[in-house]
Design a protein around this ligand. Sequence first.
Ligand code: GTP
Ligand code: MG
Length: 194
Amino acid sequence: MFENVSFISSVYNLKDVPHNALPEVILCGRSNVGKSSFINSLFNRKSLAKISSSPGKTRSINFYDIDETFYIVDLPGYGYAKISISEREKWGKLVSGYIHEGQNIALALHFIDSRHKPTQLDVMLNEMLKTTGIPYFFVLTKTDKLKQSEFSQSAKMVSEVFSEAKINENLVLFSSIKGRGQKEIKKIFRNMFY
Ligand code: GTP
Ligand code: MG
């Protein structure tokens, strides 16, 4: 389980999205939050997913096949300031188009930096997930930068904005570096797809 992991394709336009029958887990959230690192860490592969050295570089939707059982779909991050407005609009359309048109989306992982309060863009994403009815989990990233005593505060920051967020239910504390949260995420995938 989780042994056969491969990159499938990068897609820059909705019309190029591959037609497939497998269920999908979409990764969404701000640029630089750690979505691509999540893939490499979870599957213990150094460079399966490209990590943006300068954030906002990843403009494509990236598909990964896991055990020919489900796909992980790495969506471009939003909210990177140094991007032109037209570029941002293109991103917005790509991501919201994908979320609205996706036939096989089984789960969304909404990534939030554990050190920061959710932003207006996070609220927009959350609303999109609610209107489309896609089940979602919150993944709080970079927890290796927190002290143990700050964990609950970090979760609270999220639940103040998203009242449904509950630790051990739909909110996972994660660290790509320390491996924290991997077991929980794998358990979610196992229960859903295997
Ligand atoms: P976009 O592709 O721009 O949407 O960004 P992304 O969400 O894919 O972020 P990415 O995985 O490229 O990580 C951004 C930066 O954060 C990189 O420098 C990573 O090394 C760093 N990073 C990611 N996860 C962690 C983590 O768990 N802990 C720490 N300390 N750094 C992390
Ligand atoms: Mg990325």
